[in-house]
Every structure is written in C-alpha cells, then in structure tokens.
Write a protein that binds this ligand. Sequence first.
Ligand SMILES: [Fe+2]
Length: 506
Amino acid sequence: MHPLSLRPSRRDCLTLAGALALPPFVRHAGAADVPRFALGVASGHPSAQSIVLWTRITGADLPAEVPVRWELARDERFSQIVARGSEIALEADAHSVHAEPSALEPSRWYWYRFEALGQRSTVGRTRTAPAADAPEGLRFALASCQRYDHGHYAAWRHVAQGELDLVLFVGDYIYEYASPPTALRMHSGGTVRTLQQYRARYAQYKSDASLQAAHAAAPWLMAWDDHEVENDYAGLQGPALQPNFGAQRSAAYRAYWEHMPFPKALKPGGADMRIYGRTPWGALATIHAIDDRQYRDPQACPREGRGGGNSVRLRDCPELNDPKRSLLGAAQERWLAEGWDLQRPWNLLMQQTLMARFSWQEPDVGVYWTDGWDGYAASRERLLGSVAERKVPGVVVLGGDVHAHYVADLKRDFDDAGAPVVATEFCGTSIASRGAAQDRVAEAMRHNPHIRYGRSDRRGHVQCALDARTLQAQLMAVDDPTKPDSAVQVLARFVVDAKHPGAQVG
Ligand SMILES: [Fe+2]
C-alpha cells in the first residue's frame, strides 16, 4: 500500500528516535544558553498540498517579536529543500509559530526544522495526504488522556517509533488540576484558570521527550475534550456554575490554539474556536473530527447546585432521552449528517468519548453517566440513524475519555439484540490517566453485550492499519506506566471488514 520510496526507512526512524531522545539544547546550543526550542516541534492538519508546522520559542527574556525561519526538505539531511519561509513569533501568541507551507506534493514525506535567535530546532518528520484518487493505505495511532502526574509517556515512545502516517488525538491533552502530594510527577502550579496558567501547563506537558518524539514523527489531527478547559464543562457552563466561565474558556481555547499545529485561520478571536472539520485521505477514507464540548446542552440531572456529569438511573432522569437535547449542537449535527462520505470505503469519526451505550446495571433500570453519549441518547440515535438511512460506508467511531480500551458494535437500538450493527467503535485507553477498576468494568459488560471488549486497567493507545478492504486494530498496553522506558505490548487484535460493520477478533 505504501510505495517504499515515499516511506522513511527503519534506519531513518531509529536515527530520528535516537536524536529526539536528547533535549534540543544539547544538540543545538546557539549563541545564548537559554534553550529556544525546549518544547520541540510538531506538524498537523495535513492535506494533499499543505501541512501546518508548529513550534514555540522559549525563554523568559524574549522580545515582543522574534523572527523565526523554517525549512522543509525531502530528506532528513536537508540536501533537497523544497520550501523556506519566515514567521514572526509574537509574545501575544506565547511566541508560538504556525507555518503553513503549501503547493506540496501529495503522499510525500518531508522533514522540517526552525531557526531563531541563533539556535536550531530538532528535526521533525511529516507528510502530506494522498491525492484524491490515490488508493494508498493509512497507518495511524489513536490516543487520548495524557495526565502527566499519573504516569510516564512510554506509549508515546512507541508511537514515535511506529512508522505511522498520522496520529489522531481525541482529547485531554492537559489536565487542569493541581497534583496531590503523592503524584508520580507533579503538575507545576495549582489549578489552571488563566491564560498564563494554561500556557505554563502546556509547556510542562510538552517538555516531555517522548511526547516531543511522537509529535516529531508524524502529523497529528487533534480534537479536545473537557480537561483542556475544565472537567465536565458544557458549552458556556462550568461545572461549578461559576459566573466567569466564558473568560476562562476563551483563555483555554486561546492557549490550545497556541500549542497545537492548527492553521492560523483557526485562531480564536473570542470565546469560540471551531475545531470540527474533515480531512480526506486519498481514495481511502474521510476523517471527520467533531467537537462534543463547545456546543452541547448542559448535562441532564446534575447534583444539586452543580453543573457537570452525574451517575443517574434512567427512571429518575427521563431528560436523558429528551430529543431536544444535543451533544453536538444542531448545526454540527447537521454538518455531520450531510457530510458523510458516500464514495470512499471508510468514514473515520474522531470524537471524544465512548459512543456505545454503557449501563452500569440492567439497562431498563440503568445507571448512566450523564456527561457522555448516554446523557444525550437522542443525539446519538440521530447520528447513528443518519449512518443507517444513508447507508454510509465503513463508519468507524474512534474515541477516548473513559481511560479504557473498548471495542463495540454500534446500533440504533442497543436494547434489541437483533438490531443491525451500523458502525464499529474503538475507544482507546489513556496514554497515562488512571482508569476504573477492571472487575467493575467486567461486571458491567454483562449488561452491555454490544461491547465486545473492555479493559480499564491498562494504559496505552490503539494502532491501526487501514486499506480499502480492512481495518486492522491493535490495542496497545504499556507494561508499567510509572516507567518512561516501559515496554509496550499488543493486548488484543481486531479486524473490521469495510463492508460489514462490527469488529472481529483478529
Ligand atoms: Fe481523560
């Protein structure tokens, strides 16, 4: 599927991984002693002609404007440079850089680097998407929930060495909490609420060498969940119903844009930032990324005097099934339903959380978590209904948030054991954030026969290989999340046939 000439060799990958293990200032000490590229480099939003290149200039002594140069080459040694440019890193943008080389070749691997204040960044590797008619395959990782004070990022080391075309990150890039004194590695500062605090939290996460290596190894597509702002927020409602939540959300969205390889056009001007969108991948797939935070109705049946999620019985909270409530908002629901790709064999839906119904007890009594899709059942039914009615090919829902590997059959009616499966779901476990007790999950799975696999006690990611006929998924697990160099194992393998939704043990 992948023309060999377009892929880096394994030796290149090892060289890259080895080089990335060193902090940038060790390899590229410049005129000043202060490291200027301490947060690494990243790329994202690939199309067949363009890519976004990201870095952030670091140091407490920076002027308001820092000139930055970038180069893009067809080889790791930069002997064939195809594009060069310059940007001004502004203090107002936390000295972040979002360079956007265009008119590139489709299906091409590129290497990039930055230069500023007499120093050079590490080298990142990236690629463009295939041309619209190219039948090329896609190898990607699905990841989420990298709580820094819960564990090390051995999973990211594995991703960086994996020769992947793309990384799909579906939320909880940072956590806003202060760390407890017992934390494995402490968050700097307390609870995050202001622009400066969000910036500092991103900088701490991005100081991790394994995360930098994963960013430098492949382009990313990104969606946020709640912790990029605050746990369980809904639209403009904070979980404590705090009066100034709009200003906090604006600061959080701003810092998110500053630290991600998003294009300049997505820079938020106020409280809003549109992150939902589509990425076509040759003739193979359309990747739809959606946003379940910014436009949702508040959670049903919250605890007294609070916003946010709650565990409730269905009979105590009929609002769970209220058809007027939406997780995506009417405009985004319509955008998704009208934009399914009926031509390509696959529709990959990047979203934040487990879509399959998950009842902690017998479904008719039910105990449901109101922050997820179970809190917005009619919204889910509309989404899966549009897939069934339009016979959308190869829908695979890719999520995170719940800190467990789940593989599920998605149906319009989860109560009907005979209802047809309309889509396949892989919900990936967390990179580092702790999960629920496995015995509770195993017990609850008896009430949810459409969930084929559930494992909450392991950290890791999902690694996928896609061609026109099949999706092969490997559920990956880190041996010991307290060790940065832990080994990573395949926990389970599944295969999905493009024409028959539902995962089979592979
Ligand atoms: Fe999370």
